[in-house]
Design a protein around this ligand. Structure first.
Ligand code: GRG
Length: 298
């Protein structure tokens, strides 16, 4: 393992401890149905790498913020991610029985509870941003706007719709990238931008550089995801069961070949790292996260 990768893994672990404690607290704060709350906790706190919250915290650090301003925003992006996984696993979507090595939420509970848990996590995410302490009123509004854009029909949900429509079809590389920029890239980009927006120190030129980084990294994440899928990797446990629809999806290796996909990955990593050239060592966690995303094995 490279020094850079072990730095990223340590950073992810530190983020996980902070973020998970806060997520637990947020989910417990209100109560109505114990079953709903249990399903929310099961989906959010049952594993996962915490890449998005770590990116959020790393972006805040890159602009000089080492305090807790980015903690609530980091939780917000993880909540949106958790909601998307619950809904993606439902019978009407990918119809998966396993996620992160455990029964998916609709199997562990039931379909209706899983839908409601996803809905509630999404609402909680926006509530956290609205209440975020630290940023100015206008920065808080920008965070809400950014998360809404990234998770809605112009972002993740739109990408999922494109993906569903693409099953069984041949896409061009440009069409594949549009789908991934929406489906997975948008939330990764938002994680970085929201982290930076949470800091009162952020300048416009920081946001531009970080947007370039996040755009390249969002796509790199997906190229690596596709490569891991076909390499018969360590994700057999906890990975989607592989409905016919999921298997028929277009991928980078299918379009570019494995070597072509690897070359695209290297190019995107380079773009991401170049975008950070305007920052000093305070952006090292972002640099390490980029290396981690392309080198990860699950
Ligand atoms: C259904 C609203 C809705 C959206 C679905 C993002 C998405 C859109 C679905 C996720 C399904 C999926 C497996 C996408 C491929 C890339 C991806 C997001 C993988 C999972 O992300 P990781 O690796 O997961 O960060 P962990 O478990 O580490 O949190």
């Amino acid at each position: 393992m490279s020094a850079q990768n072990s730095f990223a893994i340590d950073f992810l672990e530190t983020c996980r401890a902070r973020v998970d404690a806060e997520l637990d607290r947020c989910i417990s704060r209100e109560s109505s149905s114990d079953r709903l709350q249990a399903a929310m906790r099961y989906s959010v706190l049952g594993g996962g790498k915490r890449i998005r919250p770590a990116l959020c915290l790393a972006a805040a650090r890159a602009v000089g913020d080492t305090g807790d301003n980015a903690l609530a925003p980091a939780c917000a992006v993880e909540l949106i991610h958790a909601y998307s996984l619950i809904h993606d696993d439902l019978p009407a979507m990918d119809d998966d029985d396993l996620r992160r090595g455990r029964p998916t939420t609709h199997i562990a509970f039931d379909e209706a509870t899983a839908i409601l848990a996803g809905d509630a996590l999404q609402a909680l995410a926006f509530g956290l941003l609205a209440d975020a302490a630290g940023p100015s009123e206008s920065a808080r509004l920008s965070m809400v706007r950014e998360l809404a854009r990234a998770s809605g029909h112009g972002g993740m949900v739109g990408g999922q719709a494109i993906d569903l429509e693409a099953v069984g079809k041949t896409l061009t590389l440009a069409q594949l990238e549009v789908m991934h920029r929406h489906k997975t890239g948008a939330l990764i980009e938002a994680s970085v931008l929201i982290g930076a927006l949470s800091s009162p120190r952020t300048q416009e030129r920081d946001l531009e550089a970080l947007a370039g980084y996040a755009r390249a990294l969002g796509l790199a994440f997906q190229v690596q995801d596709d490569l891991l899928d076909i390499e018969g990797d360590t994700r057999v446990i906890g990975k989607r069961q592989g409905s016919d629809a999921a298997r028929a999806k277009p991928t980078y290796p299918a379009l570019l070949g494995v070597d072509g996909a690897r070359a695209r990955l290297v190019e995107l990593l380079d773009n991401a790292q170049q975008s950070l050239a305007v920052f000093g060592p305070e952006a090292d966690p972002l640099r390490a996260m980029a290396d981690y995303v392309v080198a990860r094995n699950h």
